[in-house]
Design a protein around this ligand. Structure first.
Ligand SMILES: [Zn+2]
Length: 488
């Protein structure tokens, strides 16, 4: 069976590759044919000396768009929001999408469909199976492919008229200027605070308007920043990301889609709204520069989306630029040179720490060691606390484990040690005072903090009871003990 599915996968890849080559050939042919025609048209019908028989009889084309463009964009051309001027603006604009994931896929698809001139896409990741429920431009047959290439393949199928520019790397302080400077408008479709501050800073420095969105679990937010894109220090420019969020969220509250979960349509809604904002901005502009400076100052608003709320959309009016903003205020010391040099540490600024390492080696056991304990004694002689969120626990857990989500554990008030009434409800009454307590989480970070917390609560009986964690969490359990475990 394995070899059959491998063979099928190989064939699928070959088909994708062949289709891509065919597309490229068609595009090359189209490019080769269209400039000749345009050159002839430009010269007027008088100079027909080297015209082929087939083009000689064509009447002069006197319209600003090509014939197929009227067909392709007809439905949006007749809208007052777009019109012929808006369509020409779109065609002359270069848009950069940072992140080819859940936001980037729908945003790129709609911008490609609308006919922007150039669409640049930045991402250093490859397509994974777990991406597909929300990153709809990728496909099962393209798992393992660079996301940038997969997304461009999808968009090219949708609209080969657009020029696509792949940037197969993550945006860094070092490459940000050279990439972003080529574009007129930027869409932040990433999923981490570190990249949000970097993208905002480079957009301030290069005076680019930024459409920023984020989504997690069932919620999303959207804001258009640096609009109008006035120079650093100018008070008539729109606020930047740092004006709205001067401080990053506490590092331990930052969860990625991998840990916090995400509902596909939620991130889809936000990505579609980003494309919509981008199209509105470009179509309303003067063309050069792509995003025009409005006469009246624009008061930006932060759009909040909550899929589970009875009023899913709410809008909050934001202030203009913050007078003491680190990036865009008159007193700002942020420069391109400083950014390029890498002296600004975004990872440190966001307090994103490397894996937690707070327990001593003797306070930790391996998954295999815990499995041996489980084989020798019943779970009544010890306690295993699983501190993942309930949804993770409900998918798969170790036999006998009790679920106490880390968030619950964190929010509990300190207990007085040795107080009879202080036994938390998740510690069974029948558990002997010296029975060890083991803690497990997803990958072995929260379990260390939970172990510390339990000790602070006095549950180690002043050293009389072992309290420790399983190194590497459920991921280690999957590798070392139970390969069948569905890891989420
Ligand atoms: Zn600012």
């Amino acid at each position: 069976m394995g070899s059959v599915s491998n063979k099928a996968e190989q064939l699928q890849r070959k088909i994708v590759q062949a289709e891509k080559e065919l597309q490229d050939l068609r595009k090359q042919l189209a490019e080769l044919e269209s400039p000749t025609l345009h050159a002839d048209v430009d010269q007027g019908l008088g100079s027909t000396s080297d015209l082929s028989e087939s083009t000689k009889d064509l009447p002069e084309w006197k319209w600003p768009l090509r014939e197929e463009e009227y067909l392709r964009y007809g439905r949006q051309l007749i809208l007052p929001t777009v019109g012929i001027k808006g369509q020409l603006n779109l065609k002359s604009t270069a848009v950069l999408i940072v992140g080819a994931g859940g936001l980037g896929c729908p945003a790129a698809a709609y911008l490609a469909g609308a006919g922007v001139g150039t669409l640049g896409i930045v991402d250093g990741d490859t397509v994974e199976m777990s991406n597909l429920h929300r990153q709809i431009a990728h496909s099962t047959s393209r798992v393992g492919m660079m996301k940038v290439d997969s997304l461009i393949e999808y968009c090219n199928g949708l609209n080969p008229e657009v020029a696509y520019a792949p940037h197969r790397e993550h945006l860094t302080p070092q490459n940000a200027e050279s990439i972003v400077s080529k574009y007129d408008l930027v869409l932040d479709c990433t999923d981490h605070p570190t990249s949000r501050y970097l993208i905002s800073d480079i957009c301030v420095l290069l005076q680019k308007t930024l459409v920023s969105a984020s989504a997690l679990r069932t919620d999303g937010q959207l804001i258009v920043l640096n609009n109008p894109p006035a120079a650093q220090g100018a008070t008539d420019g729109g606020p930047c990301y740092r004006c709205v969020f001067p401080k990053p969220p506490p590092a331990d509250s930052v969860v990625s889609c991998g840990e916090g979960g995400i509902l596909g349509p939620v991130v889809g809604v936000m990505g579609v709204l980003q494309a919509l904002e981008a199209i509105k901005l470009i179509a309303a502009g003067t063309g050069k520069p792509a995003i025009s400076i409005p006469k009246e100052p624009v008061n930006p608003s932060l759009l909040l989306f909550s899929a589970t709320s009875s009023t899913p959309f709410r809008s909050i009016r934001m202030r203009s630029r913050r007078p003491n903003c680190f990036a865009c205020s008159p007193g700002s010391t942020l420069t391109l040179k400083e950014l390029n040099s890498g002296s600004l540490d975004y990872v440190q600024f966001c307090g994103v720490t490397s894996p937690v390492n707070v327990l001593k080696p003797e306070e930790r056991i391996t998954a295999k060691e815990y499995n041996d304990i489980l084989a020798k004694q019943s779970s009544k002689k010890h306690l295993l606390l699983d501190v993942r969120e309930r949804e993770h626990f409900n998918i798969a857990s170790i036999p006998g484990a009790i679920n106490v989500p880390f968030s619950t554990l964190q929010s509990r008030n300190k207990l007085t040690p040795n107080d009879e009434n202080s036994r938390p409800e998740y510690i069974p009454e029948s558990l002997p005072d010296d029975a060890p307590i083991f803690v497990v989480c997803r990958v072995g970070n929260d379990s260390q903090l939970a172990t510390q917390r339990l000790k602070e609560m006095g549950l180690d009986g002043g050293g009389g009871r072992f309290v420790g964690d399983i190194k590497g969490g459920m991921l280690a359990w999957k590798h070392e003990v139970d390969k069948t475990l569905p890891f989420t």
